[in-house]
Design a protein around this ligand. Structure first.
Ligand code: UT7
Length: 325
């Protein structure tokens, strides 16, 4: 028997040129490098230039992922782009990327799950590819969160950054007695009761404005570790694996303390955890593919490695994806 699985062909990412260090934020709001580093692990983040859009970042990340995969844009028949900061209310940012890549076949759409967006997009693309309906997917997480921050609110503006990451997944037939490669399992959850803890106070239907991000950080923190470890435990149960089998843990990069506490609870050693929050801040849906790209390019993640992705964010939404590279 053979079965279709979604195998990773390549990853890529792109960051805006401008780097904003903590010291610069300390000139805008009542904060300090020391507070930000101690509470979050963040030292700097990238901020999009005026006029630089989510689709600009996504396009460059997609081109880098295609180059890494050795594929042309025309080989792609599915684009799933996760973002909470689309270029426009509509059409989808994914169709802007599709157009700018010169693709006129197949389908492109956006997906909205805030910081869990990339994991949700991987799960969605995987289900399309395994059904046989599509062959090669670009899965993108891209954000310009700087545009929805209240730059006078020190409790939120120090946490986020801009960027994009992309992954090419391809449907490949595998014998069911072979060691499975690609996306092995995905587990998604949501619970809208938590909306007041992390939300944007505007939107097209509610206010006719874009709005600003609002967060009760301590409340989010309280739930994060439990939710993250639950969906990872689900992934272990579905695949008969444990933390000892993992080569790499690539978590959503929101806060170093949340990452360390999750890894600790799951007994994943620190040297197997990919950390980029220090340099990127929280880039929401872009954070996991940005971290993957760093770890692939510096040679840490290699073919055959078992990689756990997880994220938790607004909604709340949370999810895991276990991938054999
Ligand atoms: O990616 C989506 C999910 N989002 C997250 O995962 C974020 C989760 N939450 C967090 O990462 C943390 O809760 C924060 C980093 C947001 C805050 O850290 P905390 O240790 O929970 O701090 P806190 O909110 O309890 O605030 C402690 C103190 C407060 O002062 P008082 O009330 O103790 O006098 C804040 O007013 O720190 C103050 N504070 C600041 N001080 C300097 C809050 N923000 C700042 C700041 N600089 N930027």
């Amino acid at each position: 028997m053979v079965m279709l699985r979604s195998v990773v062909r390549g990853v890529g990412s792109h960051l805006p040129e401008r780097v904003m260090a903590n010291a610069e934020l300390a000139r805008l709001v009542d904060t300090s490098d020391e507070w930000i580093v101690q509470r979050t692990g963040i030292r700097e983040r990238h901020i999009a230039a005026e006029g630089e859009t989510t689709s600009d970042l996504a396009l460059k990340a997609a081109e880098a992922a295609l180059a890494a995969a050795g594929l042309a844009a025309g080989d792609i028949d599915l684009i799933v782009l996760a973002t909470s900061t689309p270029d426009r209310t509509f059409p989808a940012t994914a169709t802007a990327v599709q157009m700018r890549l010169g693709i006129t076949h197949g389908v492109a759409f956006d997906l909205q799950a805030v910081c869990s967006g990339f994991v949700f997009a991987v799960a969605t693309a995987d289900k399309f590819l395994r059904s046989g309906s599509h062959r090669r997917a670009l899965v993108i997480g891209a954000e310009t969160f700087s545009r929805i921050l209240d730059w006078t609110d020190r409790t939120t503006c120090v946490l986020f950054g801009d960027g994009a990451g992309a992954m090419v997944l391809e449907a490949v037939e595998q014998a069911d007695d072979a060691v499975p490669r690609g996306v092995l399992t995905t587990h998604l959850r949501s619970d809208g009761r938590h909306t007041p803890k992390l939300y944007v106070d505007g939107g097209p239907s509610l206010t006719g404005t874009v709005g600003h991000l609002r967060m009760e950080g301590r409340e989010v923190f309280k739930h994060a570790v439990g939710m993250i470890t639950d969906v990872i435990t689900d992934a272990y149960a579905a695949t008969g694996t444990t933390s000892a089998d993992l080569d790499w843990f690539v978590p959503h990069q929101a806060n170093r303390r949340i990452i360390d506490a999750s890894a600790d609870k799951l007994k994943i050693p620190a040297d197997k955890v990919v950390i980029t929050v220090d340099r990127h801040g929280n880039t929401s849906a872009a954070s996991i593919p940005l971290a993957l790209d760093v770890a692939v390019r510096d040679g840490r993640i290699r073919p055959g490695h078992l990689v756990m992705l997880e994220a938790m964010g607004g909604g709340f939404t949370w999810g895991s994806a276990l991938v054999r590279w």
